[in-house]
Design a protein around this ligand. Structure first.
Ligand code: SDX
Length: 390
């Protein structure tokens, strides 16, 4: 049942690895963090608790989660000198590029000191500050007043308040929105050896500090085939609603091998059945929109697209089903997150997973510098040709 695969002895330098953090079964659509099914964590847990579970391996006691919360709060502010960094990014900079740069810059402000106590502080600092940096980036990009984290607010409440509060228009924290954000972040918290996690492990294997390794993961997540898909899905759905692109045309284009277009939010490198996270987030779209009395035409279009695609031979034969990105953007739109920050939200969610995976590889006594090999397809040996003879 553990799904253990037999690894060849040289696996350590191929980019594959052993890990005890997250288990996925792509054929059965199973996802578990440290053995707990994603469905149970989404229903009963909080993002703060899931972050603790992924990084420390066990669900926290009341005392442990309180201590973790105090650390998150104590390290939620950003060094004031970092504001000059924001001021010098062009206004139109993509938030993912800003976040990757700012996380890398944290190393300059917080030199990583060995030792368990500092390690716990570094972890809490990163999880707490990434949220603050993201909100600051949003406020500064709009020329708005930066809102500081508050001691009396939870992780998700603080993020929403830092994003949407204004001195002249106080933000009213809605528990339904807070819960939706927490579940969104839980669903994104880890996912085995995906592209960006592999980048974090690869960079970290050279004994690179945590901040730089995470910065590499943020860069890897940015691509529209990976974490950038949630933004690409909404842009695809908006094109259908605003430009009148027909759904059947979208489906035909996705099937046309000569057309580079892919149905964004569909398909997966591992899941060859329905992504278990998609079921949860799709249901959350309905619940949240109903509670907030909102009708979003993009959700109707998404459901219609899914209904047609999952019954189409091309998608059935290629085992293409909606992945989490197909519906996640609807939740973020409803919360009020701007489209160009959707992948930043994915990064905030994935951060505990990246940290857990980085720590696991750093602590592995058998771990070596990650050095994938290749299949050489170039020229055989040949002699140099002087330029006069070329
Ligand atoms: C994430 O790895 C993770 O765990 C990632 C992630 C995480 O949590 O970290 O789950 C997050 O990245 C989810 C994926 C988000 N990306 C998208 O939604 C972009 C659209 N999806 C595709 O680009 C694609 O499905 C990939 C990149 C995700 C996977 O591509 P593969 O490996 O080619 O998929 P496949 O081998 O299963 O494809 C089988 C066939 C291929 O045709 P051939 O090249 O063999 O002729 O189906 C085609 C693919 O070209 N295909 C699609 C398609 N996805 C695959 N055709 C149309 N639309 C699509 N979306």
């Amino acid at each position: 049942d553990t799904g253990l695969i037999t690894l060849d002895p040289g696996f350590a330098n191929t980019g594959s690895c052993k890990s005890a953090i997250t288990f996925m079964d792509g054929e059965k659509g199973i996802l578990r963090y440290r053995g707990y099914p994603i469905e149970q964590l989404a229903e009963h847990s909080s993002f703060r608790e899931v972050a603790y579970l992924l990084i420390n391996g066990e669900l926290p006691s009341k005392k442990e989660i309180t201590r973790f919360s105090v650390l998150l709060n104590d390290h939620s502010l950003v060094h004031e000198d970092m504001r000059t960094f924001f001021a010098n990014f062009p206004r139109a900079s993509h938030p993912m590029g800003i976040l990757s740069s700012m996380v890398n810059a944290l190393k300059s402000f917080y030199p990583y000191i060995e030792g368990e106590k500092e390690a716990n502080i570094t972890v809490a600092r990163l999880i707490s500050k990434v949220r603050t940096l993201a909100a600051m980036s949003y406020k500064i990009s709009r020329g708005h007043t930066v809102v500081y984290p508050r001691q009396d607010l939870s992780y998700c409440e603080n993020f929403l308040n830092m994003m949407f509060h204004s001195p002249v228009r106080p933000y009213k924290i809605d528990p339904d929105i807070v819960q939706a954000l927490s579940v969104f972040l839980i669903l994104h918290a880890d996912h085995e050896q995906n592209c960006s996690t592999s980048a974090v492990r690869l960079v970290g294997s050279g004994k690179v500090n945590l901040y730089a390794s995470i910065s590499a993961g943020i860069a890897a997540l940015w691509g529209h085939l990976h974490g950038g898909a949630n933004q690409a899905v909404i842009e695809m759905l908006e094109n259908i609603v605003e430009r009148g692109e027909s759904i059947s045309r979208i489906i035909e284009r996705a099937k046309d091998k000569k057309d580079p277009f892919r149905l964004m939010g569909f398909g997966h490198r591992v899941y060859k059945t329905y992504d278990p996270r998609t079921k949860i987030i799709k249901s959350m779209c309905d619940t949240l929109l109903e509670k907030l009395h909102i009708h979003d035409p993009l959700l109707d279009i998404a459901k219609e697209l899914e209904e047609i695609a999952v019954n189409d031979d091309y998608f059935i034969e290629n085992k293409l089903y909606p992945n989490i990105d197909f519906y996640s953007g609807i939740v973020l739109r409803t919360i009020g997150i701007p489209t160009n920050m959707f992948t930043v939200m994915f990064a905030i969610g994935r951060l505990p997973g990246w940290i857990a995976q980085w720590k696991e590889s750093m602590d592995d006594p058998e771990w070596k510098l990650n050095r994938p090999r290749q299949i050489y397809t170039g020229y055989q040996e040949r002699n140099y040709i002087p330029i006069e003879e070329r």
